[in-house]
Design a protein around this ligand. Structure first.
Ligand code: FES
Length: 119
């Protein structure tokens, strides 16, 4: 099976699925935050941002930010996709997805919804 990724070109499915646990919280509706787990096809060059986009397109209206797709097409790197993966801050568009990753918003910022925080 082939797939087009944000990184450009085609990639190939190397395993069946990745389990991705994502922080979910809408302060206007939820009493407290929670995690939800999604299955994402494991493509050979799948980034964290690709996984978030897959979740958005196939499961739910997950909120996250991205603008430049990792500086593709000569754009300046926007830094808007920054999240925590397994506790470490990273750019989602530059970080490869891994099995059983846990994605959180950055610490110490007011959460707008899910992975989006006040800038
Ligand atoms: S989307 Fe711009 S740095 Fe990741």
């Amino acid at each position: 099976m082939r797939h087009s990724s944000l990184a450009g070109g085609e990639s190939e499915v190397i395993e069946e699925k990745f389990l991705v646990k994502v922080f979910r919280y809408d302060p206007s509706r939820d009493k407290k935050p929670r995690y939800e787990t999604y299955m994402v096809p494991a493509f050979s060059n799948l980034t964290v941002l690709d996984a978030l986009i897959y979740i958005y397109e196939n499961y739910t209206n997950l909120a996250f930010r991205s603008s430049c797709a990792g500086g593709l097409y000569g754009m300046t790197v926007c830094n808007q996709c920054r999240v925590k993966v397994n506790g470490k801050s990273c750019l989602a568009c530059k970080t490869m997805a891994t099995k059983n990753m846990i994605i959180d918003p950055l610490d110490k910022r007011k959460i707008i919804r899910d992975l989006t925080i006040e800038m």
